[in-house]
Design a protein around this ligand. Structure first.
Ligand code: UD1
Length: 421
């Protein structure tokens, strides 16, 4: 498994282009299953998770062609060859469960492997199941697979999610586009990736209102048609690289960056003493004079502070002036980066879902282990600000969510190299 070696060498300056959002692309791709006409996505990110979703869609009979160095995905699901999403693919990536809604809607049946646990928590599917059952699906669990069917098709209904799950909202919205009648989904998630999905579905002929609010109304239609859609900017990649000059000093322009994608995060950066300015091409981020100030963070569904930026924010807080309390409210086990940061000299106490970080003057390079996707990049950011060399081992998660990390950070003057194994 590859390792990344980073050496702290001062401020970072320059420009980083931000890619299309992994999480948006992973829900837009299964939308191809809803129509027998082609769906083309532009501004797609070049990531291993996108390859895994392509593999899954192909296994279901879709044609997926990657063009322009992976930035354009041309998909066509003229016929569905099978409605079974196999464990061997699903286990690689939880977002595979996003084929459930589209398959049920179009084929009236789906057999989808349960994704299983992952490092950051149990991540059950009960919210997806209850919501699809409200639309008339019959779902049972057999041999590790969800067997879902809707003889005669799904029927619109009013349903309130017990928690604003991103994936469940996406599955239900996709399923409801081809259901008979009207679906009113309450306590829906409001993430920008869901808004992006709705924009694409609308281009395909779906009738949907209320995206970006907690009530989404979907009027079912008989069929959807083809469309071309650009994937929205990746707010998590954006936030991650905004933290690079915050941690190391310097000034970096993030091309394609938008404050409205990350308002709660930008407020915290401001409180910490980081300046964020809108430019013609995106956002410019710089550390104001002196050390970063400690700020408390609570992760919440959008528009709150994103859980997917918690690990990176912790890396920033490690060298802040004062004590920061980080509360993780979305996933039960998402502090695995804390002991690794402590190997680099950070002072952190973890108790349940709360991490208390006492800022230290400087971190020191060390060999560390990347445990999940966002933890991997937080250790790289910490390493860039540390004294000496940091070896981040087991970085395979990184390529799931960040394209060309070495190239992007290297262009800012970071000393970063990949060691293949
Ligand atoms: C998506 C994102 C992920 C992000 C997360 C929260 C994608 C591909 N992934 O994941 O990067 O961290 O949103 O912003 O878009 N839950 C249940 N039962 C369910 C579904 C979820 O208990 O049926 C729980 C989960 O275990 C978790 C919480 O709800 O604790 C949030 O999960 P959810 O919003 O569904 O996240 P994902 O869609 O899996």
């Amino acid at each position: 498994m590859d390792s990344i070696i980073v050496t702290g060498n001062g401020p970072l300056n320059g420009t980083i282009p931000i890619a299309g959002a992994k999480n948006a692309c992973l829900t837009l791709m299964p939308a191809t299953l809803l129509s027998d006409e082609p769906l083309t996505l532009t501004n797609a990110p070049r990531l291993s998770d996108i390859k895994t979703m392509s593999e899954l869609l192909r296994s279901l009979g879709a044609e997926v062609t990657s063009m322009q160095d992976g930035q354009v995905l041309a998909m066509s699901s003229h016929t569905i060859a099978t409605t079974k999403a196999d464990y061997e693919i699903v286990r690689k990536m939880r977002a595979s469960n996003l084929v459930l809604g589209p398959l049920l809607a179009r084929e009236h049946e789906a057999v989808v492997s349960l994704p299983g646990g992952c490092a950051i928590g149990a991540r059950p599917m009960d919210i997806h199941i209850t919501a699809l059952e409200a639309l008339g699906a019959e779902i049972e669990l057999k041999d590790g697979y969800l067997h879902a069917k809707a003889p005669g098709g799904l029927k619109g209904a009013t349903h309130e999610l017990r928690f604003a799950s991103v994936g469940a909202t996406e599955n239900v919205v996709m399923a409801a586009t081809l259901a008979k009648g009207t679906t009113v989904l309450k306590n829906a998630a409001r993430e920008p990736e869901i808004v992006d999905l709705v924009h694409c579905l609308r281009k395909m002929g779906a009738q949907i209102e209320g995206e970006g609010t907690s009530t989404i109304t979907i009027q079912g239609v008989d069929r959807l048609h083809g469309a071309t859609h650009p994937v929205v900017t990746d707010r998590i990649e954006l936030g991650t690289y905004m933290l690079a000059p915050a941690i190391c000093g310097g000034e970096v322009e993030l091309l394609g960056g938008r404050i409205d994608l990350l308002e709660a995060f930008c407020e915290k950066l401001d409180a910490a003493g980081i300046s964020v300015e809108e430019t013609e091409k995106g956002l410019k981020v710089a550390r104001k004079n002196g050390r970063v100030k400690a700020v408390d963070v609570v992760t919440e569904p959008f528009p709150g502070f994103p859980t997917d930026l918690q690990a990176q924010m912790m890396a920033l807080m490690c060298t802040a002036e004062g004590t920061a309390v980080l509360e993780e409210k979305i996933f039960e086990n998402r502090f695995m980066h804390a002991p690794e940061l402590m190997r680099m000299g950070a002072s952190i106490e973890v108790q349940g879902g709360t991490a208390t970080v006492h800022g230290v003057e400087r971190l020191k390079g060390a060999p560390v282990m990347a445990t999940d996707l966002r933890a991997s990049i937080s250790l790289i950011l910490a390493g860039l600000a540390a004294e000496g060399e940091t070896i981040v081992n087991r970085v395979y998660h990184l390529d799931r969510g960040y394209e060309r990390v070495e190239e992007k950070l290297g262009a800012l003057g970071a000393k970063i190299e990949r060691v293949k194994s």
